[in-house]
Design a binder for this molecule. Structure first.
Ligand SMILES: [Zn+2]
Length: 408
């Protein structure tokens, strides 16, 4: 009856290795010692899960170090340099760079991602067109959500609002705003929510991206989320101001975010690269206190954000590596906290994107196998993926490194 069996895998919450039976692209059986005449693939007791989920990445402006200068390493410089570069983006250029990152994400075990795509008078619809094609052509391996994104303001450039409106009618899945680059952040936030309501889509803000605890935009986003009945449909990225507040103040905001149903994404690679540039010693880490947020019931995720550009001149779209980087920077040590770091790049990120996740009976057979015994060793040791399936079809293999001992 089964099409094939992935045998001898470990999954979270089960003590003994199991077999997964696949039928018509779905998980049809999950048991020890499954009996089936179909093909078997022995996974040697490795850990399997539903795949990494990247809740925040910018495919359109990845891999542009060849055309940008980084002198200061500040946020202002990154926005400025990228704005200059994107005026010259072509559809083919964006497609080629995005493809490189998506293929790296796939072999690093990512099965879903949310990408921001800048749509404004400089980018036109060229990046959007390229990323729509990437979404379509890689559907066999990864589900991509497209967030139409106003990186450079709205009230200062109202043409952008009309372009975002058009993109939401032509295949964008949700809308993203960036109040800190707008001269009128409050109106920016309202306009983004207006567009979201008009199209019935979710909202994702880049927010509070500095280390000054004053003038947070979070209260405004909470108020608009409540006023419009948008609980569970709003997320914010960076929120690094929270890292500059005393614990009591951050806890107060955490409780209000949880109550409003607003998710928070930390972007450790970017936050640590761009912030604290005014300091030449004891440079702050500048990462929002994700564990504190999680303790108050906020859905927290960690994500890639940028790859090889002035916002983050590093990266390989590996979320196992990013979770390890986050855990190290956030000084996590307890097993429970490392488990939270794993959740931040898997099921929490899936919840933020409002998609199912997990190896459940009847679920699509989206399965990633890591060369690890469990999620803790996966994060602590940055264990590599060895194979992946999407809808029951094998999407990649990644053979283990093999030592060539001398004779004897
Ligand atoms: Zn971002």
């Amino acid at each position: 009856m089964l099409d094939f069996v992935i045998s001898n895998i470990r999954i979270a919450g089960r003590d003994r290795p199991l077999d997964i039976g696949i039928k018509d692209g779905r998980i049809a059986a999950l048991d020890a010692d499954l009996v089936s005449d179909g093909p078997h693939e022995d996974m040697c007791g490795c850990f399997a899960f539903g795949g990494f989920v990247d809740s925040h990445i910018h495919l359109d402006k990845a891999c542009i170090l060849d055309r940008c200068r980084i002198c200061e390493g500040t946020l202002d410089e990154a926005v400025r340099e990228t704005a200059r570069a994107k005026a010259a983006f072509t559809v083919e250029d964006v497609h080629a760079r995005a493809r490189r990152v998506v293929e790296s994400a796939i072999v690093n075990g990512t099965t879903a991602m949310r990408t921001f795509v800048e749509i404004d008078p400089r980018a036109g619809f060229r990046s959007f067109e390229a990323i729509l094609e990437i979404k379509r052509s890689y559907r066999w391996a990864i589900d991509i959500q497209i967030c139409a994104f106003a990186q450079e303001g709205l009230t200062n450039e109202p043409a952008t609002a009309a372009m975002l409106d058009q993109a939401l009618g032509e295949g964008a899945d949700l809308i993203g705003g960036c109040p800190y680059t707008d001269p009128d952040p409050q109106t920016h936030i309202r306009w983004i929510f207006d567009l979201a309501e008009r199209h019935g889509v979710d909202v994702d803000f880049h927010l509070d991206f500095d280390l000054d605890p004053a003038n947070s935009a979070i209260p405004m986003v909470i108020a608009e989320t409540r006023r419009r009945g948008y609980s569970g449909r709003v997320s914010i990225g960076h929120a690094t101001k929270l890292s500059a507040m005393p614990k009591e103040a951050a806890s107060d905001i955490a409780a209000r975010l949880a109550d409003a149903g607003i998710a928070v994404t930390v972007l450790p690679a970017t936050d640590m690269f761009l912030l604290g540039r005014d300091r030449d010693y004891l440079v702050p880490r500048g990462i929002a206190p994700a564990l504190l947020l999680a303790a108050h019931g906020v859905t927290v995720t960690a994500a890639t954000n940028n790859v090889l550009n002035p916002f983050t001149p590093y990266g390989d779209a590996s979320l196992g590596r990013m979770a390890n980087f986050f855990a190290n920077a956030a000084q996590l040590s307890r097993d429970d906290d490392i488990a939270t770091a794993f959740d931040m790049v898997t099921r929490n990120a899936a919840r933020l994107m409002r998609r199912p996740h997990g190896l459940d009976l009847g679920a699509p057979a989206d399965i990633i196998v890591l060369d690890a015994a469990d999620p803790l060793s996966a994060i602590r040791e940055v264990r590599q993926p060895v194979a992946g399936w999407k809808g029951g079809r094998k999407t990649f293999t990644r053979p283990r490194a093999r030592l060539l001992y001398p004779e004897g």
